[in-house]
Design a protein around this ligand. Sequence first.
Ligand code: LLP
Length: 423
Amino acid sequence: MSAIDLRLLPSSTSVDADGHMSIGGVEVKDMASHFGTPLYIYDENHVRARCREAVAAFGADSVIYATKAFLCKAMAKLAHEEGVLLDVATGGEFHVALSAGVPGNRCVMHGNNKSVDELRMAITNEVRHIVVDSFDELQRLEDLHVEGSAAPRIQLRITPGVHVNTHDYVSTGQDDSKFGFNLNNGDAHRAIEQARASAAVDLVGIHCHIGSNVLAIENFEDASKVMVDLFASTGLQELTLGGGLGVAYTERDNAPTMQQWADVLKRAATSLPSTARIYVEPGRSIVAAAGITVYEVGTVKKIDGIRTYVAVDGGMSDNMRPALYESEYEVFDPERATADRKERARIVGKHCESGDILVFDAPVPPNIAAGDLLVTPVTGAYGYSMANNYNKVTRPAVVFVANGEARVVVRRETLDDLTRLDV
Ligand code: LLP
């Protein structure tokens, strides 16, 4: 197996003649020694470029960044600066967005089980719209409504009944789903009628999200056809064609580009009046490839005839995706980025279970030893956002790097943080 393919790395990545890798003009090794490991590093200009690419492909005020993919105040601020709206799926995500100075009306409220408090928060802060997910939620909005006050703009989340080629845990558009109003059993039409008749909500559109990490462009074609037909029959003004566009995690993966995705959706929507507003909600495709995780190797265990285990100083607490979805990653040494990865190893973490695996069977450079650095690329989405304190491991710091400067945007947790909620 050859050296790591730089197409998986953030766009500002460079490698010098000695094989030392830099991102944003700063050596990965220097960031690791200065900020410690494990460390999430984001190429800030890469994230900005992805936001701009999405806005260019879909139009101004049509791109809603799904903050669940990666959120902290710096990220919320960056997306807002780039003219992207924010999808918040909980009161917690909304709180972070508001704390970053993003106005409520630049946010869209999501979630399949929004509490009364979350709905009230959305209404009070005048979100752009609420994506309503269930009849219970319509009732909660009814109960919250104060006569004479403005009704919140809502879209209804529709489950179009399409199957996508992704992991079952992240498929969301099939009939057997906890999300949204099913089209095929009539719930979608009943919800549209009910919302139209209600003074408590201002029904402006419909929404769908078919799954995450979708790599087959035909899946978007199928879902958009169903949604565009339904949308045309309602005469509503707004249609959200969700996502989620997949990304390449390994050298074997191929993902459609943002423009290819936009072209498919636009083609599906050509019959609609020009007044129809189409939104998309990318999360992963904005941030995944902008981020890497840097670890330090702690132990190497060779079992003759079986395999080599390389244990790093993080694991399933900073990247749950391999354990949850058997997701695959590449791995390499940022100090030997041009080295042939001609040995194989299983990269594991420091947690107390055998499923704590980061890469199941990775090509690695030869003679990995304790003290070496290892990087997993494409960890910018659903890495930090699903990080946890299993085994009371402290969550890593997050660094943004650009133009030769690296800055901490989320500090590393301390041991004291681990007891700060105890009473
Ligand atoms: N909109 C809605 C309503 C969603 O539920 C999601 C993702 C998105 C947008 C963003 O989709 P994206 O562009 O990121 O694919 N933890 C999983 C991913 C779960 C995604 C759930 N919803 C993972 O690590 O793969």
